[in-house]
Design a protein around this ligand. Structure first.
Ligand SMILES: Nc1ncnc2c1ncn2[C@@H]1O[C@H](COP(=O)(O)OP(=O)(O)O)[C@@H](O)[C@H]1O
Ligand SMILES: [Mg+2]
Length: 258
């Protein structure tokens, strides 16, 4: 297993999930005892067959109310966040990408992100970001992601192609600059261009202070983003953990091998 420099210095513990069980409304348990620890500077990939509970795990970390934690703990930066509302978790620095982004006619890409950033700052008792600073940040990140000016003034997600949706999602992540970014990549609709947009964005985003939890069905995304750890989720449990070679092995042998 390869270790990055940041890890040899025992980087900061960011997320700790202990024996997490979560159920849907009718009481059916979907997550059946998840243990996971993520430190600053790490990229973790979660792979697994359809229906394993990958999206449920990302939703439960983000606090979506469709699920109830029936046992276990989610600790973020040393504090239990089991009872925190999704907004509170977002304000603490947890970001979850949207698989099915909503269209908001009349609200531009930039206005949406401006509002989100300032709402975040307000919750953390910070002043609104000065317009000049905001503009500089927008410019910096749109240049990094190759985003054109006219894209920034378009209505949010209205008529966006798959690639544009991804670009917007990654732009939101870079602008919000979360501590923990969770990207749930469905197998559908990720063509090679969209895949590269996601990979390029994640590679520019990651640093020694933040962490990325990448959920993906296919190994190919991991050709572009090198994970420090790969976990296999099956039937609501992490059944195997390894490094990037585990993803390659899975690609070769299929999930039946697990
Ligand atoms: N809100 C929900 N209502 C009913 N069933 C759900 C809900 N969320 C997840 N499930 C079920 O839980 C299982 C895991 O789903 P999911 O987390 O979406 O898996 P994955 O993302 O790994 O494909 C599936 O059987 C799915 O039907
Ligand atoms: Mg899913």
């Amino acid at each position: 297993m390869s270790f990055k420099k940041s890890q040899t210095f025992k980087s900061k513990k960011m997320l700790k999930i202990k024996n997490l069980h979560a159920a849907i409304e009718d009481g059916t348990e979907i997550l059946k005892g998840i243990n996971l620890e993520i430190r600053a500077g790490e990229v973790h990939a979660i792979m697994g067959p359809n229906g394993a509970g990958k999206s449920t795990l990302s939703s439960v970390i983000a606090g979506k109310e469709d699920y109830e934690i029936t046992k276990g703990d989610i600790i973020f930066e040393g504090k239990n966040i089991n009872e925190d509302a999704p907004e509170e978790r977002a304000h603490k620095g947890i970001f979850l990408s949207f698989q099915y982004p909503v269209e908001i006619p009349g609200v531009s890409v930039t206005n949406f992100i401006r509002a989100a950033i300032n709402e975040n700052r307000k919750a953390n008792r910070l002043e609104e970001m000065p317009a000049k600073e905001m503009l500089a940040l927008i410019r910096e990140n749109s240049e990094k992601l190759n985003i054109k000016k006219d894209f920034l003034s378009r209505s949010l997600n209205e008529g966006f192609s798959g690639g544009e949706k991804k670009r917007n999602e990654i732009f939101q992540m870079m602008m919000l600059n979360p501590k923990l970014a969770i990207l749930d990549e469905t197998d559908s609709g990720l063509d090679i261009d969209a895949l590269k947009i996601v990979a390029d964005g994640v590679n520019q985003f990651k640093n020694s202070e933040n962490a990325v939890l990448l959920i993906t069905h296919y190994q190919r995304l991991l050709n572009y983003i090198e994970p420090d750890f790969v976990h296999v989720l099956a039937d609501g449990k992490i059944v195997k953990t390894g490094d990037k070679n585990l993803a390659l092995e899975l690609e070769e042998k299929g999930y039946e091998w697990i």
